[in-house]
Design a protein around this ligand. Structure first.
Ligand SMILES: [Zn+2]
Ligand SMILES: [Zn+2]
Length: 278
């Protein structure tokens, strides 16, 4: 108990074999890659066993010698006031051996940093924060301990057209003032290409059209989500003289008839009520 509490070593106590650390790698994907799945090569820094010394840390031809401080036990007795407590040997960190003649390649560490290239298969439908575990691709363990794992953490970049929320996609589609009023056919983007969307007459800005199954098939199964297209009615600009005249004419013909403005109707009534005119 005391030795755990006072122990100043690298953990694991006596007898050196320790599991290597897990590594984390952030993989940036664009939306299309995340939705369809992909295979990517990544380069990761990792600690591998030093070849010249075979991971021992001792120069070739030499071998680690018994720790002179603890005599190879890995523990030392320390006097703490009235108590004599057992403690991890500060010199050899509990391993019982010290390297007197360190390996030139790893300076006695037994492991060296190296880059390795790995192929990562990313399944279709992943999203930001999803993790792919590559078992045994982390850091080498020390003194023959097991290798850690590598966690590839997905980060999906922003898309210029689509916003993603789980399995659903959202996009905004501009629509002309006249198409909105008269109805028409719009070409909208999906991840599989363009599709035609019929717009009914009298469509208001902000109206959302749902394209079923045009979202994302989630990586954990279940049906594909939908694509929501939100239309934004555009006010026409750069009008010619003739176009101005037509709109002036339209303005006159609409004037005074609130039945053409469903939203303004309710809005003006709300304003009147607010000022106590009703
Ligand atoms: Zn020692
Ligand atoms: Zn070495």
């Amino acid at each position: 108990m005391f030795s755990d509490f006072f122990g100043g070593g690298r953990g694991g106590g006596r007898g050196g074999a320790q599991r290597g650390s897990d590594l984390r790698y952030t993989l940036e994907l664009n939306l299309e890659e995340a939705v369809r799945g992909t295979t990517v090569s990544i380069r990761v820094p990792t600690l591998v066993n030093c070849k010249p010394c075979d991971g021992s840390g001792a120069k070739k031809g030499s071998s680690p010698s018994t720790c002179p401080t603890c005599g190879g036990i890995g523990q030392v007795r320390m006097q703490q006031g009235f108590f004599s407590v057992q403690q991890t040997c500060p010199r050899c960190h509990g391993q019982g051996k010290v390297i007197t003649d360190p390996c030139d390649s790893c300076h006695g560490e037994g492991r060296i940093e190296e880059y390795k290239t790995l192929s990562v298969k990313v399944p279709a439908g992943v999203d930001t924060g999803d993790r792919i575990r590559l078992s045994g691709e982390g850091e080498a363990g020390s003194q023959g301990g097991p290798t850690g794992d590598l966690y590839v953490v997905i980060n999906v970049r922003e898309h210029p057209i689509f916003q993603r929320d789980g399995k659903h996609l959202y996009c905004e589609v501009p629509i002309s003032y006249t198409d909105a009023a008269l109805g028409g056919e719009l070409e909208v983007p999906t991840l599989d290409g363009r599709v035609k969307l019929k717009i009914p007459e009298g469509t208001q800005t902000g109206k959302q059209f749902r394209l079923r199954g045009k979202g994302v098939a989630p990586v954990r199964g279940g049906g594909a989500g939908d694509l929501m297209c939100r239309v934004a009615v555009e006010t026409p600009v750069n009008l010619s003289r003739r176009q101005r005249e037509l709109l002036e004419e339209l303005r006159v013909s609409l004037d005074g008839d609130s039945s053409h403005s469903p939203k303004a109707n309710g809005w003006f009534e709300g304003v009147k009520r607010f000022f106590g005119d009703l």
